[in-house]
Design a protein around this ligand. Structure first.
Ligand SMILES: Cc1ncc(COP(=O)(O)O)c(C=O)c1O
Length: 408
């Protein structure tokens, strides 16, 4: 990362002291960008090579044994991928970061690294559908105990912690936008010696930094807001050196590495992360307020609404409420079937966090892998619309929603 010029106290605007660390917009642009390494290229190039050649065995062995910097094989490390890792590490203010082929690869590597047969993990009922499948289907096969608590019941989560190895949280949750009190639960988990993992995909480091709230590990589906353009899959895990190194080791052996082309696309997308997220926060708030006042909408789930059950916690732990909301229509599933195709400015697709608005129900998006019974057990309504606000003009999104709601 090029060193920005020092700003002395007297040079700073209004005589204010220079900030201790660069802000997220600056980090999103400059962190991980090492021009000297890339012959002065202003953008990190795609280093599309499976392996790296060495003229002599001594230099090769020094890299293999960790005595010299370098790369051996792209399943282990790759320069473009390393730049992506450096950028998300800086944005989450973590000591270390490791990337993955997808968010689910990041989540499963974290759980299978930190848990062993006989351990127990405590989590919430409202995790993303794929994560929920890991808890219900895969971890039990490895004799790992799973306790899934009601998401909004912090007392129940605390009561489940004694004897647990790991507390796994997601906030806001997908797709019902519940908020968990990360500081309170992280402190409780640490009192019982449990490690705390938080999926920060919905919030992004622009809106929320779980490590500062007491988490040990932060996970991202980089496919979503980090990349922001719906054109690349990826995942990331951030945290302390020793934890991240153990998770990296699991990945280098099991093989779910990030591809250099995907790393390049994610890096390019991340440059505008702060701008996009600020706009998406504003658009989601405007849409949530509009829908909350519309007679054809039965219920709106968005932590930025004062009526949200955990609005006060969200205000405390988030700098913005995020770009995703969900809502139920008064007419149930039939109304959703009629309403969704009428929207002009949305992709009806199983993604979120992209520059274009994206919408769909849980049965084809967040919980596509779950059965109706599993969705019901997790309290996920079938006739829900998850709406990820893009960066369009808010007035156009509101007009589009109005015409789709009021068409008949
Ligand atoms: C909150 C959350 N975590 C993890 C994932 C999984 O990410 P990926 O699809 O990149 O594997 C998703 C996907 O929608 C998600 O919404």
């Amino acid at each position: 990362m090029p060193t920005p010029p020092e700003v002395s106290r007297s040079d700073a605007a209004g005589g204010d002291p220079a900030p201790a660390a660069p802000g997220p917009a600056t980090q999103a642009l400059w962190a991980g960008e090492d021009q000297a390494r890339w012959h002065g290229a202003t953008q990190v190039p795609i280093c599309q090579s499976a392996a790296f050649a060495y003229p002599d065995l001594d230099a090769w062995l020094a890299v293999a044994q960790g005595r010299a910097a370098g790369h051996i094989y792209s399943r282990n490390t790759n320069p473009t991928v390393a730049a992506f890792e450096a950028k998300i590490q800086a944005l989450e203010r973590a000591a270390a970061a490791v990337s993955f082929a997808s968010g689910m690869a990041a989540i499963s590597a974290t759980l299978f690294t930190l848990l062993s047969p006989g351990d127990r993990v405590v989590s919430i009922q409202d995790t993303y559908g794929g994560t929920n499948k890991l808890f219900l289907e895969f971890l039990p096969r490895f004799h790992i105990g799973v306790t899934l608590c009601p998401t909004s019941d912090a007392d129940a989560i605390e009561a489940a912690l004694p004897g647990a190895r790991l507390l796994y949280l997601e906030s806001p949750t997908n797709p019902t936008l519940k908020i968990v009190d990360v500081s309170r639960l992280a402190a409780a988990a640490h009192r019982h010696g449990a490690c705390v993992v938080v999926d920060n995909t919905f919030a992004t480091p622009v809106n929320q930094q779980p490590l500062a709230l007491g988490a040990d590990v932060v996970i991202h589906s980089a496919t979503k807001f980090l990349g922001g353009h719906g054109d690349a899959l990826g995942g990331a895990v951030c945290g302390a050196e020793d934890l991240v190194h153990r998770i990296f080791h699991f990945r280098e052996i099991t093989g779910a590495c990030l591809d250099p082309l995907a790393a390049y696309l994610l890096l390019r997308g991340m440059k505008t992360l702060a701008l996009r997220v600020e706009r998406q926060n504003r658009n989601a708030q405007a849409v949530a307020e509009f829908l909350a006042g519309h007679p054809r909408v039965a219920r709106v789930f968005y932590p930025g609404l004062p009526g949200h059950a955990n609005h006060a916690v969200a205000r405390r732990q988030m700098r913005g409420f995020g770009g995703v909301l969900s809502f139920a229509l008064a007419g149930g599933w039939e109304a959703v079937r009629r309403f969704l195709p009428r929207l002009r400015y949305v992709h009806r697709a199983a993604n979120l966090g992209a520059v274009e608005t994206t919408a769909g129900p849980p049965a084809t998006t967040s919980h596509v892998e779950s059965t109706p019974a599993e969705r019901a057990a997790a309290g996920i309504p079938e006739a829900l619309v998850r709406y990820s606000a893009g960066i369009e003009d808010a007035a156009d999104l509101l007009a589009d929603l109005r015409q789709a709601l009021e068409c008949d």
